[in-house]
Design a protein around this ligand. Sequence first.
Ligand code: ADP
Length: 492
Amino acid sequence: MRQFKICFVSSEVEPFAKTGGLADVSGALPVALKNLEQDIRVMMPNYKSINERKYVLREVIRLKEVHVELGGEQRVANGKTAFLPDSKVHVYFLHIPEYFDRKDLYVDSATGKEFEDNAERFAFFSKAVLETLKLLYWQPDVIHCNDWHTSLIPFYLKTHYKNDEFFQNTRTVLTIHNLAYQGSFPLEKAAKIGIDPEYIKPGGPLEFNGQLNFLKAGILYADVLNTVSERYAEEISSDPEYGYGLEEFLQMRRDDLYGILNGVDYDNWNPETDRFIPYKYSVDTLDQKVLNKQALCKATLLKFQKDVPLIGMISRLSDQKGFDLLEEVADDLMKLNVQLVILGLGDPRYHKMLEKLAQKYPGKVSVNLRFDNKLAHLIEAGADIFLMPSRYEPCGLNQLYSLKYGTVPVVRETGGLADTIKNFDPKTGEGNGFTFKEYSGTAMLDAIQRAVETFKDKKTWRKLQITGMKQNFSWDVSAQKYLDLYEKAVEK
Ligand code: ADP
């Protein structure tokens, strides 16, 4: 097997900093690649919220001062290093005091608004990555960028560093985890981050809808692109509803666009070993699962009812995730004699809506508006059904965790959900969950109804649980596919 030097760059990495699935991927894929004998290092910003003592971050003498210049402004970054837990993967934490001395990643929790200087923050970070590589004298074959935050790296490499010998053999891969987040900023920002006016004139490579667009830069300048499921790759390059206008450019690059499903970190998400759940269980001890349900009900103030299906949801509360469908049919859903436990954080509109729902159905609906990893694990273990009615879903991880925990998923057939969850057919016994196509409350309700009916038939339900628990979505398979992708990039 060929060994690549890979620099994996991400704005969030589990367990150091996380807002969503990007962190899960960034914490797990590099370890899987290391297990395939790859020479991989990770780079991320050093946010104030990162616990340096807990993760044993060490100074790197060579990275005491990393000089970064953009748009005539100088910043001095500082690089520290630690390992991804239980691995030999080096992570470099780049600190730029002006930009990362704040605990929040993208949105100021005090105001609920995105930071005004997000363009500068991630542009300077991106350039700091390149300067750090030079100071380390480590020439990667591939820089693997993720989402808009690091999408300027391919652009800077092909412009600012065009004639730099150091990077002559370095190629870039961009993984799009969510096309809706594009890093769109007023055009005036361009000059501040070293982007010449020609690139942002109307129709220019970094201009989109009158804004400076980081993700478009990545789409046009990265050597190879991928997204996190085959279905989503298809959707975003063909359908304006999913492509948000960028489908045109993805279509242009369709020969270089791939879909690779995310894997699951089963060291972290496995009911046999999960340190966050009170009762471990497996296919052979599935009867233990109900004890977790009991613990979950206690923790979330729900009345424990063994035979009433408990539906779990864990999600960012954004328009993407289908909470408007829940709003539409909440009362009808409650008539089905189910219970609902929701863990989420996000749009205040959904906070209000969910709080009201919890007030209306005490003991039946529990709403937990916070980020809580421990409760997330307990919901996966304790719920009977997991609901993901997403409007779109690049890959989705919780449906995969749910399979492993014997918590049967009900999902909308889109993106990665469509690629991983197949509708249960009571006649043939095939399928691992319940799905619906149309984005509507009634379609969702119908799928939940089918799940609730099946739940009553204990034997069939158990079979369905076991089918999911036995499936394997580990990173090994997907990591191998990323190696093929790197191969394609270096051949460029
Ligand atoms: P996305 O990346 O769109 O947010 P994914 O399903 O790919 O969705 O990944 C979401 C990840 O974030 C999962 O690991 C999920 O458990 C976690 N998560 C989301 N919201 C919360 C929350 N409020 N508390 C704890 N974990 C959460």
